[in-house]
Write a protein that binds this ligand. Structure first.
Ligand SMILES: [Zn+2]
Length: 282
């Protein structure tokens, strides 16, 4: 039975405790934990970790996935010092993910060009390709030991970098063990990039272990992160594609932005109602 999950990034206006309470109140029993402030911008340890676990129990929610830090925190850092530093961050977060019961960790494979010095250099695509593979080679044993699958996400950057679309991500992950490396399709990133989300789901196929379900404008998509149904994506086709690839991961909603001045609580509630209409479980 399909299960739904809601990202805490939908409640980035408040600390993690009230965010969890609000998600639970809206009727979700799984969450994706954001690593953006004010949520898990550092991995918790010791009594803070214990307190977070107690909070999960109190709110009756479980962690499905965690989103690793973003921005410069990528696999394909084109400079070795940068890459090495981020290997430390990813290793810490994989252990943290295991400690809070997450089965998957969403990772942005490559950097947004805004974080790359001289971002249109000719040699960058090859540097990023090599760095991404080197990073996966190093992190696969860490992920396997932790029991957490790394989930590489399609990204909506308009540049010539590799690994932004499933047509490149799928062959990349095919070279790695299934329990360590999978894929997450972000529906809004897909359409913003000019890709059909249903087609991206088909390409990801059996390696798809995560979703970021969010709607965008049909004509001028800007990675809007609206409630499904508020934008122009074809949700019947997206749901059909998930069924056709026998997707068995969580249906994770990454709803962040109000289309019509809704509160975060209203967005979570509306999303829950969408899931109800789709006939998937809380
Ligand atoms: Zn996403």
């Amino acid at each position: 039975m399909a299960q739904i999950s809601y990202s805490t990034v939908g409640f980035k206006d408040r600390d993690i405790a009230p965010a969890l309470e609000a998600i639970s109140t809206a009727g979700f029993d799984h969450i994706e934990v954001s690593s953006q402030p004010p949520h898990m911008s550092t991995p918790l340890e010791g009594c803070e970790l214990d307190a977070f676990r107690a909070l999960l129990t109190d709110c009756e929610v479980r962690v499905g996935t965690i989103h690793a830090p973003m921005r410069e925190n990528v696999l394909g850092a084109p400079e070795e010092n940068w890459r090495r530093e981020k290997m430390g961050v990813m290793t810490q977060y994989l252990h943290f993910a295991a400690a809070i019961g997450a089965r998957g960790m969403v990772i942005h494979p490559v950097p947004n060009p805004i974080f790359v010095p001289d971002p249109e250099r000719d040699e960058l695509p090859q540097l990023i390709t090599d760095a991404t593979k080197r990073s996966l080679d190093e992190l696969v044993p860490v992920a396997q030991a932790a029991g957490v699958r790394m989930l590489l996400e399609n990204l909506p950057y308009h540049c010539s970098y590799p690994f932004l679309h499933m047509r490149e991500l799928r062959p990349l992950v095919d070279a790695y063990p299934e329990d360590a490396v999978g894929l997450v399709v972000d529906t809004g990133h897909a359409w913003t990039s000019g890709d059909d989300p249903a087609a991206e789901i088909h390409i990801a196929g059996s390696r798809l272990w995560g979703t970021h379900l969010q709607d965008v404008d049909a004509q001028d998509p800007q990675d809007n992160h609206w409630v499904p149904g508020q934008g122009g994506l074809n949700w019947d086709e997206i749901r059909g594609a998930l069924e056709e690839v026998a997707y068995s991961g969580l249906w994770t909603f990454e709803v962040i932005v109000p289309r019509h001045d809704e509160t975060p609580e209203e967005l979570a509630q509306m999303t829950r109602e969408v899931a109800d209409r789709w006939g998937i479980e809380g």
